[in-house]
Design a protein around this ligand. Structure first.
Ligand SMILES: Cc1cc2nc3c(=O)[nH]c(=O)nc-3n(C[C@H](O)[C@H](O)[C@H](O)COP(=O)(O)O)c2cc1C
Length: 257
């Protein structure tokens, strides 16, 4: 049994390599009294700002899991910042024991920091499938492992934190804006895991109060009509979805309609 969250498909692709019994976290969160029982239970999700996304933390801490083996694998793009060790401790303190916590480097979809064309170019260097196979084997063997925090990753994380005030100020809500290019197709409304977007009078309207910043709407918009409101993007014409994942799968995973 594996629960996943994905904005642009990397985490769903990874999840598919580890288990066949997949459940989307945004869909599960619609249920009350969430109780799950299986020999092995996993969580796969992206890493957001060196951390577990809030939607995933909430799901883990508000659900009951009965299992012999609980694991978390996070997909990230450039720096994991010692996330596994820090969060294993966080969950332990909050009553959730983690047997295995690892990260896997994939394409970085963070538009304010990276150009997706350039990311696609360097993607083969990350040897994603090779690394996924190693993790898959670990999980099959029920390996006990928490990825240690490398000093350079901790330093990178602390450096980011020290500058985070400026960064946070620039992503004050609303994070995104919808331009005149919008044709009201509604795809953004269907990929948003928080139901923040609706179409009104032929145009997307972004109600940003609950937005968790996953960038799913921006990346999925066929018109490239959604972008950052304040932050500059490296390449406003480049968008991303994991090439092995269909748009329909992102919609099935996230739609709140
Ligand atoms: C809001 C946000 C924050 C991110 N923060 C980080 C980060 O701190 N370090 C990193 O290496 N990648 C970061 N990324 C990149 C994603 O973790 C990475 O591309 C991930 O594989 C996306 O998974 P998905 O396709 O399942 O959504 C961030 C992406 C987003 C949207």
């Amino acid at each position: 049994m594996l629960f996943y969250f994905t904005g642009t498909g990397n985490s769903l692709y990874a999840a598919k390599q580890f288990d066949n019994d997949l459940y989307s976290i945004p869909q599960e969160l619609k249920k009350e009294n969430r109780q799950y029982k299986a020999d092995r239970i996993g969580i796969v999700c992206p890493l957001y700002e060196f951390d577990v996304p809030v939607i995933v933390k909430d799901f883990i801490l508000s659900s009951r899991f009965e299992t012999e083996y609980f694991y978390i694998v996070m997909t990230y793009g450039m720096h994991e910042g010692g996330c596994a060790a820090r969060n294993a401790e966080y969950f332990e303190t909050n009553g959730r024991h983690i047997d295995y916590f690892n990260t896997i480097k994939m394409l970085d979809n963070a538009l304010p920091v990276f150009d997706m064309e350039e990311q696609r170019r360097i993607d083969p260097e990350k040897n994603v499938d090779e690394h996924l196979a190693v993790i898959r084997k670990d999980l099959e063997e029920r390996k006990k492992y928490i990825q240690p925090a490398a000093q350079e990753e901790v330093d990178f994380y602390l450096g980011y934190k020290a500058n985070a005030i400026d960064y946070s100020a620039s992503i004050e809500k609303p994070r995104y804006r919808v331009s005149d290019k919008c044709i009201g197709c509604g795809i953004c409304t269907r990929v948003c895991p928080k139901g923040c977007i609706r179409v009104s009078e032929g145009r997307a309207v972004y109600d940003y109060a609950d937005c968790i910043g996953c960038m799913s709407c921006i990346h999925a918009c066929p018109q490239k009509a959604i972008g950052y409101a304040v932050l500059k993007e490296k390449n406003p014409n480049a968008r991303y979805r994991n090439p092995n994942i269909q748009l329909a799968e992102i919609i099935r995973s996230n739609s709140q309609n």
